[in-house]
Design a protein around this ligand. Sequence first.
Ligand code: HEC
Ligand code: HEC
Ligand code: HEC
Ligand code: HEC
Ligand code: HEC
Length: 501
Amino acid sequence: MSLNIRIASQLIAAFIVCLGTAGVGRAAPPGDEPLPRPAFRYTGADLCVKCHRSEQGEWCDVATTAAWRHDAHSRSHEALSSDNERTRAMEVALGIKAAATASCVACHTHPVDEPAVDEETNVLHAGISCETCHGAGSGYLDPHMQKSWRFLSSAEKEAFGMHDLRNPVAKAKNCLSCHLGEVATNRIITHQMYAAGHPPLPAFEMEAFGAGMGRHWKRVWEKSPQIQEQAAKAGYETEGACELSRSLVGSLVALQESVHLARDYAAAAETNAKDRPWPELAVYDCQACHHVLAVPSWRQEAGYGQLVPGRPSLVRWPRRLAAVAFEQAGMATDVDALLSPVVGVLNSRPFGTADGLRRVAEDSGREIDQAIEALVRWRRDETLADRERVAIEQILASGQNVGDFESARLLAWGLIHGLSSNADWPEDVRARKIAELTALLALEFPTPAYPSPPAQEKPFWQTSLAAAPATDIGRVRAAFELPSAARKPAPTVIEVIPTPR
Ligand code: HEC
Ligand code: HEC
Ligand code: HEC
Ligand code: HEC
Ligand code: HEC
């Protein structure tokens, strides 16, 4: 059967499956109800691992399984064991059993039971597995092995149940559902959990965290020239043009998801106040309450915008980089103005009202989508270096008056992606700048190791926790200086004078 006919028949099948489960997927599960079942069946990581143990030809030339074994996700369920000291303390403080608590399970494990260990490969399965991220496999297993699959659109892949994680929007949503939180999948981390000992989740920059988990993929632009040619011919355009443009898209999605988290939590609090009491402090900016009481302080200097001074705002860290993203998309959007309906609700009373937040949070969506659309249209052509350079300079300018550690981190990661690929500054200048920011803001991830990291390797959240209070924001701002004079001189422009006829 040709792929097209197959796709048509599978689409119909997928549609019927969707009809069968309509109404299950959307609603926010109150409290500790089990997760909604996906429209497709999980086939089990055993199966994926059987093929993806070695390279799958030229398209997938990374041995995924080996990378995943070294990835913290493959053993993320171990954090729910009472043998873990931190977890035991949380269990006592909260009066729960972590492994039996739906929200812990939703973020730390794969949602269905699978054999604990693949005997042949010794791979653990109870952690976050292939299908937790890529989607349940029953619909795409067959067709995804055909070469024509590569060039399907994200929407077509999604119709078979595969989240097209090469697509920066799908990828950011996937990662943020756990690394920020998502109500629809019950991935909600509460302030009680934090206070009982859960590590604060660091600000999330998709491409840096992708590298930090030990990446088991290559970009199409890193693959063989032959593959790149085929991709160009097929009109392949899922990935976007460069790490920096992807990072900017990720910041826009994070901005949107931070608002959605508050909105969806507010809706859940209205229908189920017992399990979802209002307000939930963890959907607000941690630094609003957790900072040193000094006068003057960085918090006062950073200002409150349109917010009544002293009121906690929603999560702030995506905003600076998102502002650069809007500029790059050629839009005049002011992030504060974009969020002003939300700010209005927060001004009406501290923390806002559940009803108010539920109603106003939709407004930002259209402009964010428009900016994403512009950024994914960047191409790897002769204009790319110029676009990158302008974005780099905007990030540098924003960093020079940044107010807080987490926002500075997001800017720094974006900058590093830009400087890593843009040759407008000499190599040694770029390398020094990257090293300086990495040290100052503790940006380095531990080298992923399996089965458990060597004792001296702290998980990333631990290094970031230690660095935040000790960081002098003045030094951070100074580190965002990279004089344009250091830039390589532009090539002498030779004016082309049209030959007279
Ligand atoms: C029978 C072998 C086999 C099994 C089982 C298998 N794969 Fe694959 N997979 C492949 C091959 C071959 C390719 C590369 C196809 C190509 O060359 O375009 C691939 C490609 C992929 C891709 C890249 C798709 C894209 O759009 O670029 C992903 C993601 C993937 N597999 C995930 C999975 C997951 C998750 C599972 C388990 C549910 C799985 N695979 C099971 C053989 C397999
Ligand atoms: C919203 C998703 C989410 C929820 C809910 C959640 N966690 Fe976590 N947890 C994470 C993430 C993400 C990390 C890793 C943070 C990082 O390193 O960036 C983590 C880290 C941890 C760690 C530290 C692991 C280590 O390697 O040091 C422990 C322990 C832990 N979680 C236990 C729990 C328990 C127990 C619960 C339920 C009470 C829970 N988590 C609920 C997402 C979640
Ligand atoms: C934590 C989420 C996560 C888990 C777990 C995960 N993946 Fe992936 N995978 C990704 C992301 C994200 C990408 C693509 C990212 C990009 O292009 O920026 C990817 C890409 C791939 C690709 C494309 C490789 C290429 O060369 O382009 C394959 C194949 C794949 N994954 C298979 C697997 C298999 C098999 C497993 C389980 C052993 C697995 N993944 C587990 C997130 C995950
Ligand atoms: C199903 C929830 C879930 C999803 C989806 C998810 N993660 Fe995670 N991630 C976790 C948890 C839980 C941990 C902590 C594991 C541990 O240490 O026990 C973690 C750990 C990590 C770490 C290691 C952090 C450290 O402290 O060393 C990185 C890096 C990471 N994730 C990146 C990503 C990226 C990139 C994506 C998207 C492609 C992603 N994650 C998707 C839940 C998730
Ligand atoms: C509206 C104010 C507010 C916000 C926002 C807030 N907290 Fe708290 N937090 C508190 C208060 C009050 C306590 C109790 C302090 C005490 O008694 O020592 C506390 C206690 C804690 C504790 C345990 C004690 C300590 O100070 O170490 C942790 C950890 C914590 N919060 C983390 C967070 C994280 C992470 C966030 C953001 C996701 C956050 N908080 C957001 C007010 C807030």
